[in-house]
Design a binder for this molecule. Structure first.
Ligand SMILES: [Fe+2]
Ligand SMILES: [Fe+2]
Length: 199
């Protein structure tokens, strides 16, 4: 994994930083953005859309009460409660992202598509286009990246085996990943987790 922040996105990073990683998931936005860059390169998507969407996708959690934010990780939280929290972070995320993108004078013509990705990145069924698919695949790849996996595991309930099996079962689920290349990467990362933590 190559860790790079392209210079052109530094102003947006700086503006977004106070609102990032509000679920005991330090580094989430950064790791997702790194994977977004990787998926974009492999699948030839538009970096100008996908990178700002990745940077800003979860800043809306900063406006959701802590209890609701963290309930997402628990196996015993109802599906209804999880959905409510997800919708809230998307709605708040769009409003805040719009403000920050305009503050750094981001390309005006790119803003509607970036906001549309953020608006339903956790709840939309299916994918609207490759740019949206790339950002959402990157968000999910965090769960397979060793750092992201451990972060989610430590936040949650259940054993490490529960978490690995759960994530493994998700990979081939319909409409979980947009691209086959993301599925292959998730399988490779899961094998590494199995080797490291279950053997
Ligand atoms: Fe999210
Ligand atoms: Fe996320």
């Amino acid at each position: 994994m190559r860790y790079v922040i392209d210079n052109e996105y530094v102003p947006l990073w700086k503006e977004a930083l106070p609102f990032q990683d509000k679920r005991n998931d330090k580094g989430h936005a950064f790791v997702v953005t790194i994977y977004a860059r990787l998926v974009c390169t492999v699948e030839r998507c538009n970096l100008n859309i996908v990178i700002p969407a990745a940077i800003l996708h979860d800043i809306g959690w900063s406006g959701v009460p802590l209890r609701d934010r963290m309930a997402i990780f628990r196996f015993d939280t109802s599906a209804e409660a999880k959905l409510k929290a997800r919708l809230a972070h998307q709605e708040k995320g769009v409003a805040l992202a719009n403000k920050l993108l305009r503050k750094v004078q981001y390309q005006k013509e790119a803003i509607p598509e970036v906001l549309d990705i953020i608006a339903q990145h956790d709840t939309r069924r299916g994918f609207v286009n490759d740019n949206e698919g790339a950002m959402r695949d990157a968000d999910k790849l965090w769960r397979y990246d060793e750092y992201g996996f451990l972060s989610d595991y430590l936040n949650g309930t259940g054993t490490i085996l529960d978490h690995i099996v759960d994530q493994e079962n998700n990979i081939e689920m319909k409409e979980f990943f947009c691209f086959d290349s993301s599925k292959e990467l998730a399988h490779r990362l899961t094998s590494r987790l199995r080797e490291r933590y279950l053997s």
